[in-house]
Ligand binder design. Structure first.
Ligand code: 9MR
Length: 742
């Protein structure tokens, strides 16, 4: 007897036969039974929310429910094989003596149990072990602890949950396609053009660039680069920079041929437009118009006080947090969820405004009548129309005069519980709640409202004035309340976006206020901040949580009388030099090398934010090396990467198209659309916090910790702060494409 064992080696799948071990270990069917990686994929009923406490999953169960299943904790997607024996074990305790039920059952009606046992619990941990033989073949079983029906409230804790038996699922091997990796969208004719070969060969091999008709346009030999630690692949560099414009090229080496790609064309111009259209798609509080997005992506307005929505026109705080209600309609949904978070809205809208500010004297494709926004033709550049949709929301999040913390901004507004997938926004039935104010949110408001005042004043003085007033008030309120932090555990129904270091937010806000007003108060704050001279351009990249780079980049590029402006500009160039050196040392040419080699949640945006630093250095110096590094970085995002995937929907033959989203949820419901073109996936994340990633990607090399599955919210979500970085870089690249053509 033999079984098939599949080994992934250097990105190549080999199939070899191996003898079955005499006594195979029973397979473990439970994911994260020790709660070492948080609570996922465990679920619970809303009346008994779970949390990890001292390494165990604990939930407080209310008194007075009727049935055992009225309060439950469980895990779904369990496989059972008919005739196979299973051993179900766990340790559990209850703060008052109770009897609970431990079941292994079908997860859908009629919930037929394969095992259902009563277990008496006390305050001391006790271990339970049950054996059964499955009578069904299913992939839809669940393990559930039914903890309802108690006359008194108690706290239930569980740990070390195991269901051993059956067969182990075959290991997941990503389909990485041809071993020659290219930018699947294309290359600019006048720029560097690099591809990557994955091979077992340690010696150079020949490569050929072929035209669509099969004729060889260029050839050469590869440059071996050794094993890439981010992918564990042995890679070679292919440099075909000298190739000329043309359509439908392929690149071949080592018996493999890349997907087809173009040299030249308008793909970066399209990407600029599509990556910005993403923001219109994400708008809350307005109908998404089929005339602008096509019928599949149109949807009714949502969160405008119309049932079943419970927001956003008149929203109360979480209990005990405030005694007023606010109209916080509008803005962009953050990501695949329907939360609206001031800190993430802040960085996203700032990047859109900076994309405009960079070209504001010649807005071209960002100008009025150019983008897919309903306000086109109103005299305001379209990208500012889009920014204003979010700015209006941010202004609404400010605490009104006369209330406690007046001038501060509420950190966020979202559902009081997580909704499942799919969930159309206008059908979201959950209660919307305002969360406490935070210093970080307030400073995001100060920074973006100050930038708003600067950019809108030529077009709409009244709006610019409103922004200026809000920015000043926010700044004063943040100075008066410098350490109010969002709670890391306030994550029911929405992201936490917690941050306990706001020195960077203070710096960014002061920088924007100074650039807009020139006032000495803000200048002095900037120049005396330790952040001003710190190295803010690290290879980890910047993010919603560390925003000093936003301030520094604008201090370097926006005209001002800052005394040490030259030094600031040199710091951007020094940062870009470091990123350039990093990019040159990476197999796939990216200026991203995170601490400990661990790719973070949303790593694609870290890469793109570093490209913004390089692009800014190019703007400051016109040194082509920086420009080429930006374009090389885009190659990675668009397919020249270990997984051979273009992370942007609609760009390239092997594009990500099942991003985690409650409306663009085609993979969950075929009646719904895939994400529209120009939607960026978060990308590889060594943390693999979601159940799909944990199931499929355990042990992944950092740059391979990604799966194009709608359930993988930690690797495959979209987010406004990620698309804003993409839009800035796409705009930069489109500008290069236009310059090349002139
Ligand atoms: O982008 C955020 C990432 O930096 C955090 O590590 C992660 C966990 O807190 O949250 C990410 O943001 C998500 C947010 O919490 C909720 N909306 C979706 C966001 C993107 O996944």
């Amino acid at each position: 007897m033999s079984r098939t064992m599949i080994i992934a080696l250097l990105g190549i799948s080999l199939v070899v036969a191996a003898p079955v071990a005499a006594e195979a270990e029973p397979a473990e069917q439970i994911t994260n039974g020790g709660f070492d990686s948080g609570t996922a994929p465990w679920w619970w009923t809303a009346n008994a929310p779970g949390a990890v406490v001292d390494g165990r999953l604990c939930a407080t169960v209310p008194e007075g429910t009727t049935n055992p299943w009225d309060a439950s904790i469980g895990q779904n997607e369990i496989d059972l094989v008919a005739g196979e024996p299973y051993v179900f074990t766990f340790t559990a305790s209850a703060s008052t003596p109770v009897t609970i039920r431990a079941n292994v059952q079908l997860s859908d009606p009629p919930y037929t149990p394969e095992l259902s046992q009563q277990v008496s619990l006390t305050a001391a941990d006790s271990r339970a072990e049950f054996r059964f033989t499955s009578s069904v073949d299913t992939t839809k079983a669940q393990v559930t602890f039914q903890i309802g029906g108690s006359p008194t409230a108690f706290t239930f804790c569980v740990d070390n949950v195991s269901l051993a038996g059956g067969t182990a699922p075959p290991p997941y091997i990503p389909d990485t396609g041809p071993r020659v990796r290219v930018n699947q969208a294309g290359y600019l004719p006048s720029a560097a053009k690099h591809g990557t070969l994955v091979t077992t060969s340690t010696d150079p091999v020949g490569w050929q660039l072929r035209k669509a008709d099969g004729s060889v346009a260029a050839s050469g030999t590869t440059k071996p680069q050794g094993i890439d630690p981010t992918s564990r692949q042995n890679t070679h560099l292919i440099d075909f920079s000298s190739a000329l414009a043309g359509k439908g090229y392929t690149l071949s080496a080592d018996g493999e041929t890349s997907v087809p790609f173009d040299i030249g064309g308008d793909f970066y111009q399209r990407l600029r437009s599509d990556s910005l259209a993403f923001f219109y798609h994400q708008r809350s509080g307005i109908a998404i118009d089929a005339a602008l997005v096509g019928p599949a992506h149109a949807r009714p307005p949502a969160h405008l006080g119309v049932a079943p929505n419970q927001g956003d026109t008149d929203v109360a705080c979480q209990p005990g947090v405030c005694d007023y209600r606010l109209d916080v309609r509008g803005g962009w949904y953050d990501a695949g969820d329907h939360g609206k978070y001031v800190v993430n809205g802040g960085i996203a809208v700032a990047q859109l405004m900076s994309e405009f500010e960079r070209v504001k004297h010649h807005p071209g494709a960002l100008g009025d009548g150019k983008l897919r926004v309903p306000e086109r033709g109103n005299g305001l550049p379209d990208i500012l129309d889009e920014a204003r949709w979010e700015l209006d929301f941010l202004l609404r999040m400010q605490v009104p005069a006369g209330k406690p913390y007046a001038g501060m901004a509420h950190h966020k507004i979202h559902d009081n519980e997580w909704t499942g997938l799919p969930q159309l926004p206008h059908l979201d039935p959950k209660l919307r709640e305002l969360h406490p104010v935070s210093t970080a949110a307030t400073l995001n408001l100060a920074a973006t409202a100050a930038q708003c005042a600067r950019l809108f004043s030529p077009y709409d003085r009244a709006f610019a004035g409103r922004c200026m007033t809000a920015a000043r008030q926010a700044w004063s309120a943040a100075k008066a309340n410098p350490a109010i932090y969002a709670s890391a555990s306030d994550g029911n129904g929405g992201g936490t976006y917690d941050d306990t270091n706001v020195t960077d937010e203070f710096y960014w806000a002061a920088a924007e206020l100074y650039l807009t007003t020139g006032a000495p108060e803000y200048r002095d704050f900037v120049t005396s901040s330790p952040v001003h001279t710190a190295d803010v351009f690290t290879v980890d990249g910047f993010s919603w949580q560390s925003v000093a780079a936003l301030g520094r980049l604008n201090l370097a590029t926006v005209p001002s009388r800052l005394p040490d402006r030259q030094k600031v500009r040199r710091s951007v160039i020094a940062g870009a030099d470091k990123l350039l050196a990093t990019a040159r040392s990476q197999a796939y040419g990216i200026p991203y090398a995170p601490s400990g080699g661990q790719y973070v949640w949303g790593s694609n945006s870290q890469v793109l934010n570093n490209l913004i630093v390089l692009g800014t250095a190019y703007d400051l110096t016109r040194n082509a090396a920086y420009r080429d590094a930006v374009l090389n970085g885009l190659d990675y995002v668009l397919g020249r990467n270990p997984l051979n995937v273009s992370y942007v929907t609609g760009y390239g033959e092997r594009d990500a198209r099942n991003q985690h989203h409650r409306f663009w949820a085609h993979q969950a419901d075929p009646a719904l659309p895939n994400p529209p073109a120009g939607s960026l996936a978060g990308g590889p994340n060594s943390g693999i916090q979601d159940p799909v990633a944990q199931d499929k990607l355990k042990g992944c090399a950092s740059a391979m910790c990604y799966i194009d599955d709608i359930g993988s919210w930690s690797t495959n979500e979209v987010a406004i702060n990620w698309n804003s970085a993409l839009a800035w870089v796409a705009s930069f690249a489109a500008g290069q494409a236009e310059e090349c053509r002139e």
